[in-house]
Design a protein around this ligand. Sequence first.
Ligand SMILES: Cc1cc2nc3c(=O)[nH]c(=O)nc-3n(C[C@H](O)[C@H](O)[C@H](O)COP(=O)(O)O)c2cc1C
Length: 182
Amino acid sequence: MGDDTLHSIEERLWQELVRAPQRGHPWRLCTLATVTPEGLPDARSVVLRQVDPAERELCFFTDTRSPKVAQIARQPQGVLVMWSAELGWQLRLGVQLEVLDSGLAVLSHWTRLKMTPAVFDYLSPVPPGSPLERPSAERGDREHFGVICARVQTIDWLDLNTNGQRRARFGPGPGTASWLAP
Ligand SMILES: Cc1cc2nc3c(=O)[nH]c(=O)nc-3n(C[C@H](O)[C@H](O)[C@H](O)COP(=O)(O)O)c2cc1C
């Protein structure tokens, strides 16, 4: 990729992101960083479920009672970090986050999820992070399912492949891409 233009790299990045929700893809498991109400950083692993390149949007599933949901409601700016040893690429995506708990898209994801064992992730009787006397696999009868939508605003791409690494930043609009020192 020595003679790549910034434009061709950005296209290639989105092609790879579209593939990333597939099982086995190294970007399927990402780190999502948010900010707590106290202004402190927080981060956790999340599974990438869907990517819409036209909307520049990535989707994740979550329990709507989890602390990250309240964090996002107060501060919707977040960062997603992905690393692929196969590609030798790190992505740091600056994202605008939103959590949906109703509507057609949520219902359609939930309907499919209900057929899988993953449904139990959203049926806990207590919110994630609640103190427990001991580990419990108790299940409630109400689902707390939501979809985190992450609209990509900036992409920081680091490529470790070539002699001398490459790094570039892609902004939200045309003409906003630039090379950076790695
Ligand atoms: C491999 C792995 C995948 C995970 N995937 C998700 C996920 O897709 N959505 C989610 O809400 N939590 C997921 N979790 C759990 C989160 O990392 C986190 O522990 C939980 O959501 C509570 O986060 P919070 O307290 O920051 O809200 C995953 C954890 C691991 C280890």
